[in-house]
Design a protein around this ligand. Sequence first.
Ligand code: FPP
Length: 239
Amino acid sequence: MVRNKLLQGVTIPRHIAIIMDGNGRWAKKRMLPRSVGHKHGMDRMIGLMEHAFDLGVQYITVYALSTENLKRPQEELDGLFALFRNNFREGLGKVCARGVRLRALGDVSLLPEDIVEELRMSEAETAQYEGRGINIAVCYGARDEIVHAVNKAIEKGEKVTEDSFADLLYTHDLPDPDLIIRTGKEVRLSNFLLYQAAYSELYFSQKMFPEFSDKDLDKAIVDFSKRTRRFGKTDEQLS
Ligand code: FPP
């Protein structure tokens, strides 16, 4: 585990989720096409994953494409799909080679068939790895996830508990995120992990995602480690 000075004695979150916002604005400011922003975003995503695993983070979930993003102009979607096709295997393969399991979270059936195959193949190839994972939320929407889960429960004809309901979500075998980071200045969750975020610590960065550095991640983790997570209890109960 590589710890720099800033992170000495700091609690490392087990599961970090990231809303990678601001690729488009980053590109616009530089008079570049949005697709270039997404490419830089993808490169940064890989860099952050490697850094986070170096620090001892176990799970990283990234919001790569929301159900609402699917309504973006076809040209932009095609650019994102091209990124998947051309850079996905190489970039994420490098991360997974460290013994990291890849999971896709979302209604992937909405993606082009070849991409679904690619995702399923990567999931199968890494399924044997335990303890560390990257989760790509793609064609993901929390409301959609909850509705899917409710329908599964109805099909089973069983009453649910909080735990049995969580088992019906896309994230069924993952711990809830300890820390959710959103870049790009907006202060909202945008339909991301709404059920799982009940007790997540939230961190909002002014930086656009392509410029969110490893050091910025360290700062978010330091901020996280200063929070008191009471999970509804009192301070006295915690001590
Ligand atoms: C939000 O920025 C970002 C997205 C909709 C896509 C994020 C995708 C990546 C970083 C890379 C793709 C990942 C894979 C696995 C291929 P925005 O476009 O909404 O930015 P804006 O708010 O500035 O317009």
